[in-house]
Design a protein around this ligand. Structure first.
Ligand SMILES: Cc1ncc(COP(=O)(O)O)c(C=O)c1O
Length: 381
């Protein structure tokens, strides 16, 4: 049986989140930062990897055709949208796929829109490749939901060549609904803006917040996804791209080939195949566990730390905490957290919209989450 309450000792396993936390934060902290979870991957994934490891030759893998069909079936099974496997491409990771898309679909100097806050690679894929970043802020509206600043988007779209969307959205926790995606896509097509939709967190949408693949509404877009976040195998790498439009697909495939990103490793093929073929029951249980962690965090924050504003996320394991009411500078927030020995992702890491925020990763056992909330209370209570 799956026991998500069971804490697994990760220290010493070569984990970025745990083993590098002390050097990154400057002290031994409880790490609740980078986006991987503390849970064991599904047994089916462990078994497939163990079996493959037991064969001692680790040469180049076969099975690429098969995995495209398995990926297409997974999207159908999870999101009710059946893409043609011939419209999928394999590649080594989502983040490198974003950079490749910026190269493939824009020229140096052109403008690329990003909804902000966003994870840093969204910014660097644009700025470090000599394109110009245009930020559209996400604002917390009166209904206590983060929403796109539509007037700002409409002002910037005529100047833009491409929009990089995170759907669902890390770090604000939004699963964009059908109407929002439809409106966004319609505006983008009206202005001839190419949309990339990073859907790496889509499989973990909570009940009541169905995820709509952007490509289902707008086939001339690029969808990126993987099993990395869903099945906690991000360290293994691998990703897929979906492009329904043939010209776009050819253009992107050429860029992936040119930059040698069009491969999945032996172990990513092995792990993703097992995850997509056998992992759905595990994933549903995980999603429910995460959902109850999200509510538990909300209950404790509202009683113990009412000065921290927390909008319940609609997917996954990331909480975007608004500390602005505490009236602290970002460096003071970091100082308080360090004193309480808690390692969270600082808001400014996600761009200028992140000032006064932190991101907490609750993809961990309830006991570790409670320890984290205790330390948060120590820091700001
Ligand atoms: C929105 C988003 N895209 C991509 C990634 C990373 O994907 P990959 O490891 O495949 O490069 C992350 C990791 O946190 C993420 O949150």
């Amino acid at each position: 049986m799956i026991d998500f309450d069971k804490a697994i000792l990760r220290m010493g396993s070569g984990s970025l989140k745990w083993d590098d936390a002390a050097s990154r934060f400057g002290a031994e902290v409880l790490p609740m930062w980078v986006a991987d979870m503390d849970f064991a991957s599904p047994e089916a994934v462990q078994a497939a990897l163990a079996e493959r490891v037991s064969h001692p030759v680790y040469g180049y893998p076969s099975g690429k055709e098969a995995i495209l069909r398995i990926a297409a079936d997974w999207i159908e099974k999870r999101h009710g949208f059946q893409p043609d496997p011939d419209h999928l491409l394999l590649m080594n990771g989502v983040v490198s796929g974003i950079s490749a898309a910026v190269r493939a679909f824009t020229r140096i100097g052109e403008n690329v829109l990003v909804l902000s806050p966003a994870i840093p690679p969204f910014f660097s894929a644009v700025q470090e490749q000599e394109r110009t970043l245009l930020e559209v802020p996400l604002r917390k509206e009166k209904n206590n939901r983060y929403e796109i600043d539509w007037p700002k988007l409409e002002t910037l779209l005529p100047e833009a060549r491409m929009l990089v969307l995170c759907s669902p959205h890390n770090p604000t926790g939004r699963v964009w609904d059908y109407a929002e995606l439809y409106h966004l896509g319609s505006l983008a097509s009206r202005h001839g803006v190419f949309v990339l939709s990073d859907e790496v967190h889509a499989d973990l949408a909570y009940p009541g917040h169905p995820h709509t693949p952007f490509a289902q509404l707008f086939p001339d877009s690029l969808l990126l996804g993987s099993a990395g976040k869903s099945f906690n195998i991000a360290g293994i790498g691998g990703a897929f791209a979906l492009l329904e439009d043939e010209q776009h697909r050819k253009c992107y495939a050429k860029e992936l080939r040119r930059s040698h990103l069009d491969e999945m490793s032996l172990f990513s093929l092995t792990a993703m195949k097992a995850a997509w073929e056998k992992g759905q029951p595990w994933l549903d249980r995980l999603r429910d566990y995460l959902h109850s962690n999200a509510s538990h965090l909300g209950q404790r924050l509202s009683t113990e730390l009412p000065g921290i504003d927390y909008v319940l996320p609609e997917f996954g394991y990331l909480a975007w905490l608004d500390l602005r009411a505490l009236g602290l500078e970002d460096q003071d927030i970091a100082g308080h957290l360090l004193k309480a020995r808690l390692g969270l992702s600082p808001g400014p890491y996600f761009g200028s919209e992140g000032h006064g925020f932190v991101r907490l990763n609750f993809g961990t056992s309830r006991a570790v989450l409670d320890e984290g909330i205790d330390r948060l209370a120590q820091a700001f209570g």
